[in-house]
Design a protein around this ligand. Structure first.
Ligand SMILES: *Cc1c(COP(=O)(O)O)cnc(C)c1O
Length: 371
């Protein structure tokens, strides 16, 4: 056993790396009594709209509600089918389920993104939408997905929970489809102090509907003009996020530096397969929410890393969505995804890792395969 330790994520640092400024912002909100739908939220929404180059942004209670509300606003419900990649959080499928529609899982490719080659075989006369997950801070092949959607008259709603700031051909994740959803859960690339989410759209009609669904069916005048729910981002969270947004690009830069370091140290190892390195593809800018690798003898490697105090979970608790037992999707057989889940896991990736931390993780992986 080593005295060193590299936990998978550092939750206290979400607060501590900007302690004074965050405390100041929170005290200011509390002293103003500005708790729900106040100026800090409006400011945050404006900043995100500018950052993403998108017309409308709504702060939401969490990333799951925001997807469900987007689906409902797009009139997707009972009798409809929505195609998604099984290598995603159960939340993607749960949003479809609670919108009243049926989630239809498909395969992912070698880079773990939705494999667009499997979309057409999953389309039926009930299919209404494709929900690509912009997984691990990377974007899917959006050109191909868009072409298929156009050909079959389907809408796209992106689960961009892990990809705020990721780009495909210069365009931001979340801004390709009719709407894009983000999560602001503490461990996400941009995390708040609890649950939070965002929904973005360039469509005025979608924006109006989603704004009403978020706030009890109220329009701008405050009148309840339709059925709605409550799914608002707290103003105090928005105030915290306004502070965190100031260092967000620096955080992404650090994530990409760490990814580069992992590539320098592990790229030559035959036993592991790494995600594409930063700058290795001209069409993508990845933000590395996670560093998900594939490895030979994965379970023994993970046990060895665990003995050396390195946090290295398998994403989603180890199962893609179609392999969950009680969700009615386990009649699907997705051999490529299933194979990946025998080999994949994540090594630490967050902006507060030191080079020493990263080198320690690499040393232990190299040591494991030498034995
Ligand atoms: C985190 C996550 C979600 C859920 O977001 P919440 O804010 O926790 O509701 C959905 N999809 C993916 C891919 C995620 O990583």
């Amino acid at each position: 056993m080593s005295a060193k330790s590299v936990p998978f994520f550092n939750y206290p640092m979400v607060y501590k790396h900007q302690e004074k400024e965050i405390l100041g912002a929170m005290l200011d909100v509390m002293n103003r009594g500005a708790f729900i739908l106040q100026s800090d939220l409006v400011d945050f929404e404006k900043s995100i709209a500018e950052f993403l180059g998108v017309k409308h942004v709504l702060g939401m209670a969490d990333g799951t509600n925001s997807m469900m509300i987007a689906l409902r606003a797009a009139n997707i419900g009972a009798g409809d089918e929505v195609i998604f990649a099984s290598h995603t959080y159960v939340a993607t499928a749960a949003a479809v389920h609670f919108a009243g529609a049926t989630p239809v899982p498909i395969e992912c490719g070698a880079d773990h993104m939705m494999d667009a080659n499997f979309i057409e075989a999953a389309i039926t006369d009930k299919t209404k939408a494709i929900m690509p997950t912009q997984l691990n801070g990377r974007t899917c092949d959006m050109d191909t997905i868009q072409a298929i959607a156009d050909k079959h008259g389907l809408i796209i709603i992106e689960d961009s929970a892990q990809a705020l700031g990721a780009k495909y051909k210069g365009k931001n994740a979340g801004t390709f489809g009719l709407a894009g959803s983000f999560s602001l859960y503490p461990a996400k690339v941009l995390g708040c102090f609890g649950d939070g989410g965002l929904i973005v759209t360039n469509d005025d009609e979608m924006y109006k509907k989603m704004a009403m669904l978020r706030d009890h069916g109220r329009d701008e005048t405050g009148e309840h003009v339709t059925w709605g729910m409550n799914s608002r981002l707290d103003n105090i969270q928005a105030a915290v996020l306004n502070v965190k947004l100031k260092t967000y690009m620096a955080d992404i830069t650090r994530r990409r530096e760490i990814a580069t370091l992992y590539h320098e140290r592990l790229g030559g190892l035959n036993h592991v397969q790494l995600p594409p390195a930063p700058n290795s593809e001209s069409e993508r800018f990845d933000v590395f929410q996670n560093f998900e690798i594939e490895a030979d003898d994965r379970d023994n490697l993970r046990a060895f890393l665990g003995e050396n105090n390195i946090g290295c979970p398998i994403q989603w608790g180890g199962k893609p969505v179609h392999q969950l037992k009680n969700h009615g999707l386990d009649h699907h057989s997705l051999p490529i995804t299933e194979k990946i889940f025998e080999r994949c896991f994540m090594i630490p990736m967050h902006p507060w890792l030191s080079d020493d931390n990263v080198n320690y993780v690499c040393d232990k992986i190299i040591e494991f395969y030498r034995k």
